[in-house]
Design a protein around this ligand. Structure first.
Ligand code: PLP
Length: 395
């Protein structure tokens, strides 16, 4: 039977595929250390869960407005005023099934066939596929350690063409943990404004910054806000990945277009999860700070451990919960009884020979690296380092 060209062209998420393989090994009784998932290992804070239970008990179990309940949109607007210094009206906010769906709606709302979206690599795996699904064309601009894995205004300018429609900025970055400074964002936004681009800014890891501060492009200047689609959510900050709550904050015409698209696709997000998100955003924030502090210590443990291993070059990331070491020094060698020529083969060997799941840099558009998540218990990180040391000791 016929499958659409769109369906045939789509790449399933590599990170989810690795996570699935690791979980299958775990189910078969193997002790796999899973450093592949982008998912906090903490429980959702109790007061957040309690709000969802209360919503169910109160019968809050029906369809909600497509763009989200007013109470949540108000809480999101207040969060952006408080944390980011940027004002959005309630009808400039669209609540979606995670930041992922908010991003999907955004590309659907701004891309015509053939429109180009500039995406710095390494990139979160879903951006290029989402742009393609929306009929657009991803234009990948590679960045490297020489710029701290950040897109520079010069590189952005070089990538511009007559069909450029948007640029994606992701700070803190998945997979590198890079955090853009105010000046860097200002310089990028100036180029975007000159070229009349949309700026799609993915700020999911906003609360996970260990050095520096989070700056939202939309807050820098009113003319940037007018061309910015700000994406955020509760998954990472509040350990709420399974609740599927994210949002876009954007100027009214594009927000309304996203809400209309969503109204035809999913109607709205799960009603009780929206109540839980209100509790997350308006309730006590101590859990966020406690988790951040724990992540910082894990980051330091992992960075120190990795830097003592042969063939691995690692920087200390300023944010998110990943380290992204170069493993070029290991390529071409025999590891775990097998010649390893690229990062994909290395990730396979780590899973097969050491039962450590990581994601190869190729998945993020930059071969020669691995992404290791430290949203994992310290004991597991220590064990992973021990196994790596054993495996690479002779490499
Ligand atoms: N953006 C980035 C950079 C991410 O890493 C993720 C999740 O891994 C998301 C967006 C989407 O998160 P969610 O859909 O859970 O809000």
């Amino acid at each position: 039977m016929h499958l659409s060209a769109r369906a045939r062209g789509i790449q399933p998420s590599v990170t989810i595929a690795i996570d699935t393989r690791a979980k299958a090994l775990q189910d078969a009784g193997e002790r796999v250390i899973n450093l592949s998932a982008g998912e906090p290992d903490f429980p959702t804070p109790r007061h957040v869960c309690a709000a969802a239970v209360a919503a169910i008990e109160a019968g809050f179990t029906r369809y909600t407005p497509a763009a989200g309940i007013a109470e949540l949109r108000r809480a999101i607007a207040e969060k952006h005023r408080r944390d980011n210094g940027v004002a959005y009206a309630e009808d400039e906010i669209v609540v979606s099934s995670g930041g992922k769906h908010a991003l999907f709606n955004a590309f659907m709302a701004i891309c015509d066939p053939g429109d180009q979206v500039i995406i710095p690599a390494p990139y979160w795996v879903s951006y290029p596929e989402m742009v393609r699904l929306a009929g657009g064309e991803p234009v990948i601009v590679e960045t490297g350690p020489e710029t701290g894995f950040k897109l520079t205004p010069e590189a952005l300018r070089r990538a511009l063409g007559p069909r450029s429609r948007a640029v994606v900025v992701n700070s803190p970055n998945n997979p590198t943990g890079a955090v853009y400074t105010r000046e860097e964002l200002d310089a990028l936004a100036a180029v975007a404004a000159e070229a009349d681009l949309w700026i799609v800014t993915d700020e999911l890891y906003e609360h996970l910054i260990y050095e520096g501060e989070h700056v939202s492009i939309a807050a820098l200047r009113p003319e940037y806000r007018q061309r910015t689609i700000l994406i955020n959510g509760v998954s990472k900050a509040y350990a709420m990945t399974g609740w599927r709550i994210g949002w876009a904050a954007a100027p009214r015409p594009v927000a309304q277009a996203m809400a209309a698209i969503q109204s035809q696709a999913t109607s709205a997000v799960n009603s009780m999860a929206q109540k839980a998100a209100v509790a997350a955003l308006t309730g006590p924030q101590d859990d966020v700070a406690a988790m951040r502090e724990e992540y910082r210590q894990r980051r330091d443990l992992l960075v120190e451990g990795l830097s003592s291993l042969p063939g691995i070059a690692v920087e200390r990331p300023a944010g998110a919960f990943y380290v992204y070491p170069s493993v070029r020094g290991l390529l071409g060698r025999e590891i775990g009884g097998r010649r390893v020529d690229d990062d994909v083969a290395l990730a396979e060997v780590l899973l097969e020979a050491a039962r450590i799941a990581v994601v190869p840099g190729t998945a993020f558009g930059t071969p020669g690296y691995l992404r290791l998540s430290y949203a994992t218990a310290r004991a597991d990180l220590e064990e992973a380092l021990r196994r790596l040391g054993q495996l690479l000791g002779g490499a």
